[in-house]
Design a protein around this ligand. Sequence first.
Ligand SMILES: [Zn+2]
Length: 278
Amino acid sequence: MLTPARTRATRATLLVLMSSAALLLGGCATSPTGRSQFIAVSDAQMDQLGTTAFDQMKQRDKLSRDARKLGTARCVVDALIVALPPAGQRLAWEVQVFDDANPNAFALPGGKIGVNTGMWTVAKSPDELAAVLAHELAHVLSRHAAERVSQQMAAGVALEAAQSYSGARTSPENTRMLMGALGLGAQLGVMLPFSRVHETEADVLGQRIMAEAGFDPAAAVRLWQNMMRASSGGRPPQMLSTHPDPQNRIVALQARVAELQPVAAQARASGRRPACRM
Ligand SMILES: [Zn+2]
């Protein structure tokens, strides 16, 4: 029989071995903007992780009963999905609105999207809501969570958690790490911003997706300006803690507007005319 200490040692060894095996199996992928990525976890695992986390949030957190907000969010997401590459369209997308005054939104692997009611105080039009949701979808399409989990696996901590994640069975430490990797750190009170590289990629890709869906790419600039204004009085939105450097973000988003407006015009001419209402 193994003593507890021995069990812990064995488990630790096993984890290291499993992590090394996964790292050997892991390989180089290419992100939608052409960046090379190290990913050592399968899409199926990540989709499962995202779906489980989302199910738990739906049970734990308060869902909004505001049918109008839910309708707007779904309308915007439906319009964005049309513009996604086939891999993105295959996901089982689901949108929920959470009754939470903090202007925040997220999208998880597996296509699970959450928007807080507080987002409506910052996003003043469907196009502005599309800007924030396209940014979050872009994190998913670019497999940023998988990259973060893979980095954690290199540190030898994540694999078991990723494989057996169920909230109840995982240690609080592992849960925090995984939620952080999914971009849900803010929900647990730990700020884990995506890296600057991931943020830039999500901004570039997200703004393109919204334009290809027929939304106004300039709305991304307005959205972040509103977000900054919202932070001037009182507590800054969570989104600004996990999405730093809004000033530079706005400059870069503005610089791409002229190039993306013809893309949006073309999309609208080809019938992609989102008709969502706030
Ligand atoms: Zn982001």
